[in-house]
Ligand binder design. Sequence first.
Ligand code: UT7
Length: 323
Amino acid sequence: MTIRSVIIGTGSALPARRVSNAELAEQVDTTDEWIVERTGIRFRHIAAPHETTATLATDAARAALAKAGVEAGSIDLIVLATATPDQTFPASATKVQAALEVGDCVAFDVAAVCSGFLYALQVADSMIRAGAHRRALVIGAETFSRILDWEDRTTCVLFGDGAGAVVLDAQEGDQVSGRGILATRLHADGRHNDLLYVDGGPSTTGTVGKLRMKGREVFRHAVVNLAAVMEESLAAAGLESAEVDWVVPHQANARILDATARKLGLDPGKVIVTVDQHANTSAASVPLALDAAVADGRIKQGDLIVLEAMGGGFTWGAAVVRF
Ligand code: UT7
């Protein structure tokens, strides 16, 4: 028997304000038809001034703890994936720790943009399997509305704000029949920095900067990389795509979800889609989609799920989980 990290609770949080494509079209030169046809996006949530990455992360974490039925005080590790922290430092994870009154623990942020949740999950899983921690909060939280150029129609219509969280618990399990994270695979290729980046930073411009993206090129890489890393992670778990109950993908574009599913020969009905409701929430998108599908009863205990994401860097990754 080996130690496995089991997801014992999921939670999410969205800003109160929900913005439709039609509302956006009043501010920028776009249309509901263009956005729906090219991306599948219909709505996104936008944070109010009092809503920050850390407050959304805290709300999502609180919901995940409640779902798991465990106390905040039992958490000994918080890993928060974000590209939009409240402050350059300290880590937003420490704000979550303080807000939830977790007490002494290890708390830090992970920066891998849209793949951040997959990176955070592998880091927390590795720390649990090494025996260093027993119970972790893994959170993806973003306020991308704060780094969008609201005059650039090619990017500002694509993103939204939100947070999702899971509670990971150290449990004994066997390789395939037991619950838990069965395999994770991560990648990075820093040669593609200029295809998706923020044009500012503390060490360069001294400003926060705005998001810039060459969407068409990102799209092309996304389909190839995501299909490959899903196959790689399934092979690492000794499983095949036909055994997968649900794919929980990063929600960037409905056309990427379709193309990736087709490439793997997966039934599109097994792909969880929330991009229509949330748009692209970067590191928050996978845990938001996971919580939505758990809450509505599609994903059940014992299901085999594959999480995947790709984003700036490039970075990408996948995780195979017996839920
Ligand atoms: O989360 C990280 C990963 N990110 C992604 O995976 C994003 C990947 N990329 C995409 O999802 C798509 O490439 C986009 C949705 C960003 C763009 O879709 P596309 O089909 O690749 O469109 P395009 O960039 O080739 O642009 C087509 C046309 C252009 O006009 P011309 O040059 O053909 O006259 C754009 O100017 O659509 C125009 N356009 C718009 N029109 C109305 C671009 N944005 C808009 C807009 N409204 N918001």
